[in-house]
Design a protein around this ligand. Structure first.
Ligand code: A2P
Length: 281
């Protein structure tokens, strides 16, 4: 095994998660299983899946084939918008487990708030109840805006452990990160490399990469880490998986961090998916 040691942090409910995870969108079927097994071999322990990725079966296959014991893995799935009603959410958590052949998910997240539907509060209550029942270790959300987090607190009395949001140098989410810190919510970053924006080729990123001796991807992922966010880079390629995980032995200076921060734009989302309006089913 060519293991990279990945440190962990403790969530607001006392459970621990690694400080970088492997995104699994489009890692399906035998090639997806192989890619995830490579990731585990390199040292990844957090695999980030979703009901809509249609690879919960592959996650289960990875668990069965991996030499790493189940309890050392942190497995995430997500509730799709079409199943946010309470009873459907409960059924979907069970279906996710049946698909994967697992007894529990470490993290189960609401995939999008879909606020126009008005059902994310009952979905969250369902996930909290599934946690009580032992089917989920930690409950979280994705793409929640501050008003959605406050609504959960008001109506359910509990805050999520994680909010997984679009976060990369073009959209650095500084205000939301500050709110998460205040509320004790862990920020996870999806599309941390800003794939569709080709940020690994941006001139500032390339110049800083050269200055620091990191690759552009490592520089960006280290920037997430130093901001207290947990990046979930997807890669099917073992070399890039290894490159991406190898970010814990370097330090960006304040001014280097600020030069990356300066790339952020108010409308810097990759595909304009503003959770206030965007709908995902
Ligand atoms: P591949 O799977 O061929 O490695 P994001 O997490 O922002 O959505 O980005 C995922 C995309 O970025 C994938 O297409 C992945 O391709 C690519 N990628 C992952 N790691 C790196 C890296 N270190 N350098 C360049 N591209 C990468």
């Amino acid at each position: 095994m060519t293991d990279t040691h990945i440190p962990t942090r403790t969530l607001n409910d006392g459970t621990k998660i690694p400080l970088i995870g492997l995104g699994t969108y489009r890692l399906n079927g035998p090639t997806g299983v192989q890619a995830m097994l490579h990731g585990i071999d390199i040292g990844y322990r957090l695999l980030d899946s979703a009901f809509t990725y249609e690879n919960e079966g592959a996650i289960g296959e990875v668990v069965r084939r991996s030499p790493i014991p189940r309890e050392q893995l942190v497995l995430t799935s997500k509730l799709p918008g079409r199943h946010q009603q309470y009873d459907e959410a409960v059924t979907t958590v069970h279906e996710s487990l049946y698909r994967a052949g697992l007894d529990y998910w470490d993290l189960y997240l609401i995939h999008w708030p879909n606020p126009a539907r008005g059902t994310y509060v009952e979905a969250f209550q369902a996930l909290i109840d599934m946690k009580e029942a032992g089917l989920i270790r930690s409950v979280g959300v994705c793409n929640f805006l501050p008003e959605h987090l406050h609504t959960l607190k008001e109506h359910v009395g509990v805050l999520p452990s994680v909010n997984q949001v679009e976060l990369h140098p073009r959209f650095n989410q500084s205000a939301l990160r500050a709110l998460h810190d205040e509320l004790g919510i862990c920020t996870q970053s999806w599309s941390p490399l800003g794939r569709k924006l080709a940020l690994v080729h941006a001139p500032v990123i390339c110049a800083l990469a050269e200055e620091t001796g990191l690759t552009p991807a490592q520089l960006i992922l280290r920037w997430h880490y130093q901001h207290g966010a947990v990046p979930l880079p997807k890669s099917a390629n073992p070399e890039r998986q290894k490159e991406n995980a190898n970010i814990f032995h370097c330090e960006l200076s304040q001014s280097q961090m600020e030069r990356i921060d300066a790339l952020s734009l108010p409308d810097g989302r990759m595909a304009g998916q503003d959770p206030a309006f965007y709908e995902e089913f």
